[in-house]
Design a protein around this ligand. Sequence first.
Ligand code: PEP
Length: 252
Amino acid sequence: MRKPMIAGNWKMNLLYSKVPEYLQTLNRELAANSRIRRDAVDVLLAVPAPFLGLAREYGEKHGILIAAQTIHEKPEGAFTGELSIPMLKDLGLRWTLIGHSERRQYYNETDASVAAKAKACLDQGINPIVCVGETRAEREGGQTEAVLKRQVEAVLRETGAASNFVIAYEPVWAIGTGLTATDEQAQEAHAFIRGILRQKLGGAAEALRILYGGSVKSSNIKGLMKQPDVDGALVGGASLDPVEFARIVDCQ
Ligand code: PEP
């Protein structure tokens, strides 16, 4: 039985000064609304680096996990603007996204660099949420499975038997576009990814969570979560409103 995870990704949005209000509202909504037991779902927020310490202070005491949006694979050095794993751990944090399609698209992250980041995380006790997904052109060209296989296998080659990560399947054409994969498209891709994990990791693959991401809202989360291989969601735009984000947690 895999524990569902609902993760928010603020990207480069909101402000430091708004973090306490956001998290107080989210905590209040989660406490007030929850149909489901609060400890039956992991709720996580990936926030901009300058907000990490404050978000931890207001979030983690209420059981909301706080994550970075990316990390550098090297522990220290001349990498201006980057965030290291020791810095994240020093803040008491244990989670990060890696390989988000926006990082791949705008910052030249590759399968190899994402795999190196995943390995560095696992070696140093950080839980990575590894993002994978095909572009519209790749889907239309019948390349979806080949792309997912290439992206997932690149990570598995580096991390081997220690592959204890969360995967987020995020079709690039569904991110921030209002287009969501249908429940069936999501299940198909998730089942395919789990098949790759199974080939490399055997029974351990059954314990790994695969989140769906791409224009998730409270109005479409239910159908997605009914799919047997969808173990949660990575939510961008809709996570910026704590009331809507709490609804998504509550609806799943
Ligand atoms: C994301 O950026 O991870 C994402 C899924 O965004 P959105 O929900 O806005 O499509």
